[in-house]
Design a binder for this molecule. Structure first.
Ligand code: FAD
Length: 483
């Protein structure tokens, strides 16, 4: 039997772990031996996924759920035997609010893929003024922008199609909130290519959204069984725990608390493609293939010694820093104040909060009876200085904002602050070219790959999909018929 191929995956976040899982699947399908090591620098696996359990509270320090419309995360849960633990958002009280000019307004119903398509709810919500609504209607007649005119930011694209008021008040808090980014920097083609496609195909976002709705209705009569977002009963951390358990059970060497210091290239990589992965402890791992599932700036540092140019491009992917603050209140202290699932705050409001989620109203089993769990999201591009404040200062600031915006006066029974410095990759203009350049340059090193949130989507399903695509290429290389 051939010697097992050795693969080192650097980074044990969802990208690295799901890459390892896909690689094991491939080795089993191809009946090829494999020796896979996942090296995670932190003392726990999961990267941005951190779920804690305290006195009956299920607190998500990072992501609290994932999209079901992109199926890779739900599919992975199925493979891991976690399907029965997937829970949807509660069906009642599912409205979202937005903080607008001193009050919370309900987001208009009738948003199809974020594009407003119904006049009545839009008017009733009061989020956009009458002239703003009229301007939105102009989307129906404004001609599509020729593709040759170059890349637009989210702000430019949506302001051009729907007007700046609709953009700032309705779309910015939804789209930029996902990236914790500045819509004046983020590329629409890299973050939401589906909107560029809608314009290209239908000449109008509203017409395109309505056509999509009709097509969906034709394809799937009856409501989908799953809500748009899902999570696991015990929190997203259960996905990480199950992955590590499965990987360890099939012999993957899952190491935590061990930082990779550098990856070295053999003298003649084409004749002898055996990489050396050096850990901070001094230990050296030899491998036929290495997958960098680390943030782009970390991958840059690890490969700079042999490819300065790729490192420079990786370093050009900027990151935003965020914070989540979860607070549990006695139900009696917030009773009547919490409506819907929470609210978002448009950047024009100049607040530190990006959004607040009433976690225990949105999901079942997040807080014990008589308590209410609230999760606040703050920071983001341009507001990084918030991370310099200590926990008490941050908590006070958020409590002040919740008092002002929602009327919550009570004292929290439990507080957890999770800081996320340099956590959210920003797909700014030029992102797609940068990613293409990185992948093209790495193609000169057989068996070397990057995957993760920095490249083709930052959501958990995107990361899992990208890890799977990377493993397809990796397996084809490792186990090419001639080898
Ligand atoms: C606050 C917050 C909320 C979010 N909410 C959602 C959400 O609700 N839904 C959703 O789908 N997505 C959400 N996201 C995005 C999503 O969680 C991330 O994009 C995704 O988890 C990133 O996974 P990753 O494996 O690519 O990177 P990471 O999770 O960053 O993993 C990279 C790993 O590499 C390790 N590492 C770094 N350097 C080294 C080294 N030298 N040696 C070894 N290991 C190293 C790190 O410790 C880390 O564990 C959120 C993100 C944040 C921060």
């Amino acid at each position: 039997m051939a010697a097992p191929k050795r693969v080192v995956i650097v980074g044990g976040g969802i990208s690295g772990l799901s890459a390892a899982f896909a690689l094991v699947e491939q080795s089993e399908i191809r009946e090829k031996p494999l020796h896979c090591t996942v090296v995670e620098g932190h003392t726990h696996f999961g990267g941005k996924i951190v779920t804690t359990h305290t006195n009956g509270l299920v607190v998500e320090g990072g992501p609290d759920s994932f999209l079901t419309s992109k199926t890779s995360a739900v599919d992975l849960c199925e493979k891991l035997g976690l399907s029965s633990q997937l829970i949807g958002t509660n069906r009642e009280n599912s409205q979202t609010f937005t903080y607008s000019k001193g009050r919370l307004c309900e987001f208009p119903q009738g948003l199809i893929s974020m594009v407003p398509t119904k006049l009545g709810p839009l008017f009733r919500s009061g989020v956009v003024s009458w002239p703003g609504i009229v301007r939105m209607g102009a989307d129906l007649v404004i001609p599509a922008r020729p593709e040759t005119e170059g890349e637009e930011t989210l702000a430019e694209f949506f302001s051009r199609r729907l007007g700046s008021e609709a953009f700032q008040r309705l779309l910015e808090p939804l789209v930029a909130g996902i990236y914790a980014g500045d819509a004046n920097e983020l590329s629409v083609a890299a973050t939401f290519p589906q909107f560029v496609e809608l314009e290209r195909q239908h000449g109008s976002l509203i017409k395109g959204a309505l056509a999509m709705q009709r097509a969906r209705g034709l394809k799937r009569p009856g409501a989908s069984a799953r809500t748009l977002f899902t999570t696991l009963q015990g929190g997203v951390g259960d996905l990480v725990a199950r992955l590590v358990e499965r990987l360890s059970a099939v012999g993957v060497d899952c190491r935590q608390g061990e930082n990779v210091r550098v990856v070295r290239l053999p003298l003649n990589v084409h004749r002898n493609p055996l990489y050396q992965v050096e850990l901070a402890s001094g230990e050296k791992l030899n491998a036929e293939a290495v997958v960098f599932a680390t943030p782009a700036y970390v991958s840059a540092g690890l490969l700079r010694s042999f490819d300065h140019e790729t490192a420079v491009v990786l370093d050009q992917i900027p990151y935003a820093s965020t914070i989540t603050i979860s607070m549990a209140f006695a139900e009696s202290d917030v009773h009547g104040q919490l409506r819907g699932f929470g609210f978002v705050v448009p950047r024009v409001e100049n607040r530190s909060l990006i959004a607040a989620t009433w976690s225990s109203r949105k999901w079942a089993g997040r807080a014990p009876a008589g308590q209410c769990l609230i999760r606040c999201y703050l920071g983001g591009r341009g507001r990084e200085q918030l991370l310099e404040r200590n926990d008490a200062e941050l908590t006070n600031q958020v409590r002040q904002e919740l008092k002002l915006m929602v009327g919550i006066h009570g004292r929290p029974l439990h507080v957890e602050v999770h800081r996320w410095p340099q956590a959210m990759p920003q797909y700014t203009c030029g992102h797609r070219e940068r990613v293409q350049r990185i992948r093209q340059r790495l193609a000169q090193y057989p068996g070397l790959y990057v995957t993760g949130a920095a490249y083709d989507g930052i959501g958990i399903p995107d990361c899992i999909r990208d890890a799977g695509n990377t493993v397809q290429k990796l397996s084809a290389y490792l186990w090419a018929p001639a080898s």
